[in-house]
Design a protein around this ligand. Structure first.
Ligand SMILES: Cc1ncc(COP(=O)(O)O)c(C=O)c1O
Length: 384
Protein backbone atom coordinates (compact mmCIF):
# COMPACT_ATOMS: atom_id res chain seq x y z
CA UNK A 1 0.00 0.00 0.00
CA UNK A 2 1.50 3.34 -0.96
CA UNK A 3 1.70 6.08 1.63
CA UNK A 4 0.57 9.16 -0.27
CA UNK A 5 0.55 12.77 0.84
CA UNK A 6 -2.66 14.78 0.88
CA UNK A 7 -1.53 16.64 -2.29
CA UNK A 8 -1.03 13.35 -4.10
CA UNK A 9 -4.40 11.99 -3.06
CA UNK A 10 -6.14 15.28 -3.88
CA UNK A 11 -4.71 15.20 -7.41
CA UNK A 12 -5.53 11.57 -7.94
CA UNK A 13 -9.05 11.75 -6.53
CA UNK A 14 -9.91 14.88 -8.45
CA UNK A 15 -13.56 14.03 -9.08
CA UNK A 16 -14.40 12.70 -5.62
CA UNK A 17 -16.80 14.50 -3.29
CA UNK A 18 -14.43 13.81 -0.39
CA UNK A 19 -11.62 15.93 -1.81
CA UNK A 20 -13.76 18.63 -3.44
CA UNK A 21 -16.21 19.65 -0.77
CA UNK A 22 -13.80 21.75 1.33
CA UNK A 23 -11.04 24.28 0.59
CA UNK A 24 -7.59 22.97 -0.31
CA UNK A 25 -6.11 23.88 3.08
CA UNK A 26 -8.55 21.49 4.78
CA UNK A 27 -7.89 17.77 5.24
CA UNK A 28 -11.06 15.76 4.54
CA UNK A 29 -11.76 12.74 6.74
CA UNK A 30 -15.50 12.66 6.27
CA UNK A 31 -17.55 10.69 3.69
CA UNK A 32 -17.19 6.89 3.92
CA UNK A 33 -14.92 5.90 1.10
CA UNK A 34 -11.24 5.00 1.16
CA UNK A 35 -8.25 6.91 -0.18
CA UNK A 36 -6.62 3.58 -1.05
CA UNK A 37 -6.21 2.08 -4.53
CA UNK A 38 -8.79 -0.50 -5.58
CA UNK A 39 -7.59 -4.06 -6.31
CA UNK A 40 -5.41 -4.51 -9.42
CA UNK A 41 -7.76 -7.03 -11.05
CA UNK A 42 -10.62 -4.53 -10.74
CA UNK A 43 -8.55 -1.76 -12.35
CA UNK A 44 -7.52 -3.94 -15.27
CA UNK A 45 -10.97 -5.48 -15.93
CA UNK A 46 -12.61 -2.05 -15.79
CA UNK A 47 -9.99 -0.57 -18.15
CA UNK A 48 -10.53 -3.44 -20.56
CA UNK A 49 -14.31 -2.96 -20.53
CA UNK A 50 -13.82 0.78 -21.17
CA UNK A 51 -11.33 0.12 -23.98
CA UNK A 52 -13.79 -2.29 -25.61
CA UNK A 53 -16.52 0.36 -25.18
CA UNK A 54 -18.56 -2.37 -23.54
CA UNK A 55 -20.61 0.16 -21.60
CA UNK A 56 -24.14 -0.64 -22.71
CA UNK A 57 -26.85 -2.33 -20.65
CA UNK A 58 -25.40 -5.26 -18.70
CA UNK A 59 -26.18 -8.86 -19.67
CA UNK A 60 -28.15 -11.30 -17.53
CA UNK A 61 -24.89 -13.29 -17.34
CA UNK A 62 -23.15 -10.35 -15.64
CA UNK A 63 -26.00 -9.91 -13.12
CA UNK A 64 -25.88 -13.62 -12.30
CA UNK A 65 -22.10 -13.56 -12.02
CA UNK A 66 -22.28 -10.64 -9.56
CA UNK A 67 -24.95 -12.25 -7.36
CA UNK A 68 -23.15 -15.56 -7.45
CA UNK A 69 -19.86 -13.90 -6.47
CA UNK A 70 -21.54 -12.15 -3.49
CA UNK A 71 -23.12 -15.37 -2.32
CA UNK A 72 -20.00 -17.50 -2.72
CA UNK A 73 -18.02 -14.87 -0.81
CA UNK A 74 -20.68 -14.85 1.93
CA UNK A 75 -20.43 -18.62 2.23
CA UNK A 76 -16.65 -18.74 2.29
CA UNK A 77 -16.25 -15.84 4.69
CA UNK A 78 -19.28 -16.12 6.95
CA UNK A 79 -20.36 -19.74 6.49
CA UNK A 80 -23.82 -18.77 5.29
CA UNK A 81 -25.52 -19.04 1.92
CA UNK A 82 -28.44 -16.81 0.96
CA UNK A 83 -31.15 -18.30 -1.28
CA UNK A 84 -29.62 -17.40 -4.63
CA UNK A 85 -32.94 -16.79 -6.39
CA UNK A 86 -34.01 -14.43 -3.61
CA UNK A 87 -31.03 -12.11 -4.11
CA UNK A 88 -31.94 -8.95 -6.00
CA UNK A 89 -29.51 -6.54 -7.64
CA UNK A 90 -29.99 -2.83 -6.94
CA UNK A 91 -28.11 0.40 -7.58
CA UNK A 92 -27.24 1.14 -4.00
CA UNK A 93 -27.96 0.32 -0.40
CA UNK A 94 -29.61 3.62 0.49
CA UNK A 95 -32.19 2.93 -2.19
CA UNK A 96 -32.77 -0.52 -0.71
CA UNK A 97 -33.24 1.04 2.76
CA UNK A 98 -35.89 3.42 1.41
CA UNK A 99 -37.57 0.59 -0.49
CA UNK A 100 -37.80 -1.68 2.56
CA UNK A 101 -38.67 1.06 5.07
CA UNK A 102 -41.51 2.35 2.92
CA UNK A 103 -43.02 -1.01 1.96
CA UNK A 104 -42.70 -3.27 5.02
CA UNK A 105 -45.61 -3.08 7.49
CA UNK A 106 -45.77 -0.94 10.61
CA UNK A 107 -45.68 2.79 11.25
CA UNK A 108 -42.62 2.72 13.49
CA UNK A 109 -39.02 2.02 12.55
CA UNK A 110 -36.74 1.21 15.46
CA UNK A 111 -32.99 1.69 15.22
CA UNK A 112 -30.00 2.32 17.43
CA UNK A 113 -28.57 5.82 17.69
CA UNK A 114 -26.18 7.34 16.81
CA UNK A 115 -27.09 6.23 13.29
CA UNK A 116 -26.14 6.58 9.65
CA UNK A 117 -28.04 9.77 8.60
CA UNK A 118 -30.14 8.16 5.79
CA UNK A 119 -31.73 5.95 8.47
CA UNK A 120 -33.44 9.07 9.85
CA UNK A 121 -34.27 10.45 6.42
CA UNK A 122 -35.72 7.22 5.02
CA UNK A 123 -38.17 6.90 7.91
CA UNK A 124 -39.18 10.55 7.91
CA UNK A 125 -39.68 10.66 4.15
CA UNK A 126 -41.74 7.45 4.29
CA UNK A 127 -44.04 9.21 6.76
CA UNK A 128 -43.24 6.68 9.45
CA UNK A 129 -42.16 7.25 13.04
CA UNK A 130 -38.52 7.19 14.09
CA UNK A 131 -37.97 5.24 17.31
CA UNK A 132 -34.35 5.42 18.38
CA UNK A 133 -32.75 3.43 21.12
CA UNK A 134 -29.54 5.09 22.22
CA UNK A 135 -26.46 2.89 22.47
CA UNK A 136 -24.60 2.92 25.78
CA UNK A 137 -20.88 3.46 26.12
CA UNK A 138 -19.59 0.80 28.50
CA UNK A 139 -15.82 0.49 29.03
CA UNK A 140 -15.11 2.25 25.74
CA UNK A 141 -17.50 0.04 23.75
CA UNK A 142 -20.92 1.07 22.46
CA UNK A 143 -23.60 -1.50 23.21
CA UNK A 144 -27.27 -1.84 22.40
CA UNK A 145 -29.58 -1.11 25.32
CA UNK A 146 -31.57 -4.36 25.30
CA UNK A 147 -34.17 -3.23 27.86
CA UNK A 148 -34.87 -0.10 25.87
CA UNK A 149 -35.02 -2.07 22.62
CA UNK A 150 -37.47 -4.50 24.18
CA UNK A 151 -39.66 -1.68 25.44
CA UNK A 152 -39.66 -0.03 21.99
CA UNK A 153 -40.59 -3.35 20.37
CA UNK A 154 -43.33 -3.91 22.94
CA UNK A 155 -44.83 -0.53 22.07
CA UNK A 156 -44.66 -1.13 18.29
CA UNK A 157 -45.30 -4.81 17.61
CA UNK A 158 -45.29 -5.81 13.95
CA UNK A 159 -43.14 -2.85 12.94
CA UNK A 160 -39.59 -2.59 11.58
CA UNK A 161 -36.17 -3.00 13.19
CA UNK A 162 -33.44 -1.36 11.11
CA UNK A 163 -30.08 -2.86 12.07
CA UNK A 164 -26.63 -1.71 11.05
CA UNK A 165 -23.93 -4.29 11.77
CA UNK A 166 -20.99 -3.58 11.76
CA UNK A 167 -22.22 -0.28 13.06
CA UNK A 168 -21.68 3.10 11.49
CA UNK A 169 -20.61 5.37 13.24
CA UNK A 170 -19.53 3.56 16.44
CA UNK A 171 -17.57 0.75 14.76
CA UNK A 172 -19.29 -1.86 16.91
CA UNK A 173 -19.49 -5.47 15.68
CA UNK A 174 -22.28 -7.40 17.39
CA UNK A 175 -21.33 -10.58 19.21
CA UNK A 176 -23.39 -13.69 18.59
CA UNK A 177 -25.08 -13.50 21.98
CA UNK A 178 -26.14 -9.90 21.39
CA UNK A 179 -27.43 -10.63 17.91
CA UNK A 180 -29.33 -13.56 19.37
CA UNK A 181 -30.87 -11.30 22.04
CA UNK A 182 -31.81 -8.66 19.46
CA UNK A 183 -33.39 -11.14 17.09
CA UNK A 184 -35.22 -12.85 20.00
CA UNK A 185 -36.79 -9.50 20.83
CA UNK A 186 -37.64 -8.98 17.16
CA UNK A 187 -39.27 -12.40 16.91
CA UNK A 188 -41.17 -11.98 20.20
CA UNK A 189 -42.77 -8.79 18.88
CA UNK A 190 -43.15 -9.83 15.22
CA UNK A 191 -40.75 -7.20 13.94
CA UNK A 192 -39.48 -7.18 10.36
CA UNK A 193 -35.72 -6.76 10.20
CA UNK A 194 -33.79 -4.73 7.67
CA UNK A 195 -30.15 -5.67 8.19
CA UNK A 196 -27.63 -3.29 6.64
CA UNK A 197 -24.41 -5.31 6.47
CA UNK A 198 -22.54 -3.11 4.02
CA UNK A 199 -19.52 -2.93 6.37
CA UNK A 200 -19.38 -6.69 7.03
CA UNK A 201 -15.92 -7.23 5.52
CA UNK A 202 -14.19 -4.43 7.41
CA UNK A 203 -13.84 -6.30 10.70
CA UNK A 204 -10.62 -6.42 12.72
CA UNK A 205 -8.91 -9.33 14.47
CA UNK A 206 -10.69 -10.53 17.56
CA UNK A 207 -14.14 -9.79 16.10
CA UNK A 208 -16.39 -11.73 13.76
CA UNK A 209 -19.28 -10.64 11.59
CA UNK A 210 -22.40 -12.78 11.81
CA UNK A 211 -25.07 -12.38 9.11
CA UNK A 212 -28.39 -11.63 10.83
CA UNK A 213 -30.25 -14.11 8.62
CA UNK A 214 -27.91 -16.89 9.77
CA UNK A 215 -29.26 -16.77 13.33
CA UNK A 216 -32.21 -19.06 12.55
CA UNK A 217 -34.60 -19.92 9.70
CA UNK A 218 -37.32 -18.01 11.56
CA UNK A 219 -35.14 -14.88 11.64
CA UNK A 220 -34.17 -15.37 7.98
CA UNK A 221 -37.84 -15.40 6.98
CA UNK A 222 -38.32 -11.93 8.50
CA UNK A 223 -35.00 -10.34 7.48
CA UNK A 224 -34.09 -8.31 4.43
CA UNK A 225 -30.29 -8.29 4.17
CA UNK A 226 -28.41 -5.50 2.41
CA UNK A 227 -25.07 -6.42 0.84
CA UNK A 228 -22.50 -4.71 -1.33
CA UNK A 229 -18.90 -4.71 -2.52
CA UNK A 230 -18.74 -0.94 -2.29
CA UNK A 231 -17.21 -0.52 1.21
CA UNK A 232 -15.16 -3.73 1.00
CA UNK A 233 -13.38 -2.82 -2.22
CA UNK A 234 -13.93 0.93 -2.35
CA UNK A 235 -16.31 1.03 -5.30
CA UNK A 236 -19.12 3.31 -4.05
CA UNK A 237 -19.20 5.52 -7.14
CA UNK A 238 -19.93 2.55 -9.39
CA UNK A 239 -23.39 1.92 -7.91
CA UNK A 240 -23.95 -1.79 -7.49
CA UNK A 241 -25.45 -3.60 -4.51
CA UNK A 242 -27.76 -6.48 -3.67
CA UNK A 243 -30.45 -7.34 -1.22
CA UNK A 244 -31.81 -10.65 -0.05
CA UNK A 245 -35.60 -10.61 0.18
CA UNK A 246 -37.06 -13.80 1.63
CA UNK A 247 -40.07 -15.33 -0.10
CA UNK A 248 -43.53 -14.98 1.40
CA UNK A 249 -44.84 -11.75 2.86
CA UNK A 250 -41.65 -9.64 2.64
CA UNK A 251 -41.22 -10.46 -1.06
CA UNK A 252 -44.91 -9.89 -1.76
CA UNK A 253 -44.81 -6.48 -0.06
CA UNK A 254 -41.51 -5.42 -1.57
CA UNK A 255 -42.85 -6.25 -5.02
CA UNK A 256 -45.90 -4.06 -4.50
CA UNK A 257 -44.14 -0.89 -5.65
CA UNK A 258 -43.58 -0.06 -9.31
CA UNK A 259 -40.19 -1.62 -10.13
CA UNK A 260 -39.48 1.28 -12.48
CA UNK A 261 -38.91 3.51 -9.44
CA UNK A 262 -35.78 1.57 -8.60
CA UNK A 263 -32.51 1.97 -10.43
CA UNK A 264 -30.43 -1.10 -11.16
CA UNK A 265 -26.67 -1.45 -10.82
CA UNK A 266 -24.28 -0.04 -13.43
CA UNK A 267 -22.51 -2.48 -15.75
CA UNK A 268 -19.09 -1.40 -14.43
CA UNK A 269 -20.32 -1.76 -10.85
CA UNK A 270 -21.49 -5.33 -11.47
CA UNK A 271 -18.22 -6.19 -13.20
CA UNK A 272 -16.04 -4.60 -10.50
CA UNK A 273 -17.96 -6.28 -7.67
CA UNK A 274 -17.87 -9.69 -9.35
CA UNK A 275 -14.16 -9.49 -10.15
CA UNK A 276 -13.29 -8.30 -6.65
CA UNK A 277 -15.33 -10.96 -4.82
CA UNK A 278 -13.90 -13.64 -7.10
CA UNK A 279 -10.22 -12.69 -6.80
CA UNK A 280 -9.34 -10.29 -4.06
CA UNK A 281 -9.25 -11.95 -0.64
CA UNK A 282 -5.57 -11.11 -0.35
CA UNK A 283 -6.14 -7.48 -1.23
CA UNK A 284 -8.73 -7.31 1.54
CA UNK A 285 -6.36 -8.88 4.09
CA UNK A 286 -3.67 -6.34 3.22
CA UNK A 287 -6.17 -3.50 3.36
CA UNK A 288 -7.37 -4.63 6.78
CA UNK A 289 -3.75 -4.64 7.98
CA UNK A 290 -3.26 -1.14 6.65
CA UNK A 291 -6.47 0.11 8.26
CA UNK A 292 -5.51 -1.65 11.46
CA UNK A 293 -2.25 0.29 11.65
CA UNK A 294 -4.25 3.52 11.28
CA UNK A 295 -6.55 2.29 14.02
CA UNK A 296 -3.54 1.69 16.26
CA UNK A 297 -2.20 5.13 15.49
CA UNK A 298 -5.51 6.63 16.55
CA UNK A 299 -5.62 4.45 19.67
CA UNK A 300 -2.16 5.64 20.78
CA UNK A 301 -3.10 9.24 20.05
CA UNK A 302 -6.40 8.97 21.92
CA UNK A 303 -4.60 7.51 24.92
CA UNK A 304 -1.94 10.21 24.98
CA UNK A 305 -4.44 13.05 24.64
CA UNK A 306 -7.21 11.41 26.68
CA UNK A 307 -9.53 11.75 23.73
CA UNK A 308 -12.82 9.88 23.91
CA UNK A 309 -12.58 8.15 20.51
CA UNK A 310 -13.93 4.70 19.68
CA UNK A 311 -11.38 2.31 18.27
CA UNK A 312 -13.56 0.48 15.76
CA UNK A 313 -14.06 -3.29 15.96
CA UNK A 314 -15.37 -3.02 12.42
CA UNK A 315 -15.80 -0.26 9.78
CA UNK A 316 -13.10 2.34 9.27
CA UNK A 317 -14.89 4.95 11.38
CA UNK A 318 -14.17 6.39 14.77
CA UNK A 319 -16.93 8.13 16.71
CA UNK A 320 -15.37 10.84 18.82
CA UNK A 321 -16.80 12.80 21.73
CA UNK A 322 -14.96 16.11 22.02
CA UNK A 323 -17.07 17.47 24.88
CA UNK A 324 -14.29 17.23 27.49
CA UNK A 325 -11.65 18.58 25.16
CA UNK A 326 -12.84 21.52 23.09
CA UNK A 327 -14.34 24.80 24.35
CA UNK A 328 -17.16 24.74 21.92
CA UNK A 329 -19.43 27.59 23.07
CA UNK A 330 -22.17 27.46 20.48
CA UNK A 331 -20.19 25.69 17.81
CA UNK A 332 -20.51 22.02 17.00
CA UNK A 333 -17.29 19.99 17.25
CA UNK A 334 -17.52 19.60 13.48
CA UNK A 335 -17.65 23.37 12.88
CA UNK A 336 -14.95 24.06 15.46
CA UNK A 337 -12.53 21.61 13.83
CA UNK A 338 -13.36 22.86 10.37
CA UNK A 339 -12.77 26.50 11.37
CA UNK A 340 -9.72 26.16 13.57
CA UNK A 341 -7.97 22.85 12.77
CA UNK A 342 -8.86 22.85 9.05
CA UNK A 343 -10.05 19.32 9.46
CA UNK A 344 -13.31 18.12 7.90
CA UNK A 345 -14.89 15.28 9.89
CA UNK A 346 -18.56 14.23 9.67
CA UNK A 347 -20.92 16.25 11.84
CA UNK A 348 -22.13 14.33 14.90
CA UNK A 349 -25.46 16.15 14.82
CA UNK A 350 -26.35 14.26 11.63
CA UNK A 351 -25.92 10.94 13.44
CA UNK A 352 -27.31 11.92 16.82
CA UNK A 353 -29.85 14.74 16.40
CA UNK A 354 -30.13 17.16 19.37
CA UNK A 355 -27.34 15.47 21.35
CA UNK A 356 -24.59 15.06 18.78
CA UNK A 357 -23.10 18.57 18.81
CA UNK A 358 -19.91 17.61 20.61
CA UNK A 359 -19.38 14.48 18.48
CA UNK A 360 -17.78 13.95 15.11
CA UNK A 361 -17.00 10.89 13.00
CA UNK A 362 -13.49 10.40 11.68
CA UNK A 363 -12.80 8.27 8.59
CA UNK A 364 -9.57 6.32 9.13
CA UNK A 365 -9.36 4.98 5.58
CA UNK A 366 -6.66 7.27 4.32
CA UNK A 367 -2.88 7.08 4.02
CA UNK A 368 -0.73 6.94 7.16
CA UNK A 369 0.69 10.33 6.20
CA UNK A 370 -2.69 12.00 5.94
CA UNK A 371 -3.87 10.50 9.19
CA UNK A 372 -0.69 11.64 10.97
CA UNK A 373 -1.08 15.12 9.52
CA UNK A 374 -4.70 15.20 10.68
CA UNK A 375 -3.86 14.12 14.21
CA UNK A 376 -1.11 16.77 14.28
CA UNK A 377 -3.72 19.35 13.39
CA UNK A 378 -5.80 18.24 16.35
CA UNK A 379 -2.98 18.39 18.89
CA UNK A 380 -2.97 22.13 19.72
CA UNK A 381 -6.65 21.98 20.62
CA UNK A 382 -6.42 18.90 22.81
CA UNK A 383 -3.45 19.76 25.01
CA UNK A 384 -4.63 20.40 28.55
C1 LIG B 1 -24.44 1.81 7.02
C2 LIG B 1 -24.36 2.29 5.61
N1 LIG B 1 -25.32 1.93 4.74
C3 LIG B 1 -25.29 2.34 3.46
C4 LIG B 1 -24.28 3.18 2.99
C5 LIG B 1 -24.30 3.67 1.58
O1 LIG B 1 -24.41 2.64 0.68
P1 LIG B 1 -24.70 2.96 -0.85
O2 LIG B 1 -23.62 3.88 -1.32
O3 LIG B 1 -24.69 1.63 -1.52
O4 LIG B 1 -26.04 3.62 -0.90
C6 LIG B 1 -23.27 3.57 3.88
C7 LIG B 1 -22.21 4.47 3.42
O5 LIG B 1 -21.51 5.06 4.18
C8 LIG B 1 -23.32 3.12 5.21
O6 LIG B 1 -22.38 3.47 6.09
Amino acid sequence: MSDESSQEIRQRRKDSTKWNNYPEDTVPLWVADMDLFVPASVMSELSEAVNRSDLGYPSKRLYDRYLNAINTWTYERFGYLYEQEQLEPIGDIVQAIYWAVSTLPGDAVIFASPAYPPFFRSVKESNKTIVTTEMQLIDGVYRMNMDDLKESARQSPGSILLLCNPHNPTGRVLEEEELQQITDIAMDYDLWIISDEIHRDIVFDGHRHIPTASISPEVARRTISLLSASKTFNLAGLHAAALHIPSGKPRQLMQSIPKGLLSGPSSLGLLAGAVAFENEKTWLSRTLEYLDSNRRLLAAFAKEYELNATIPQGTYMSWIDFSHKLSLDNLSAYQFLLNYAKLALSNGEDFLPLKGMSYARLNLATSHQVLEESLDRLKPFLAN
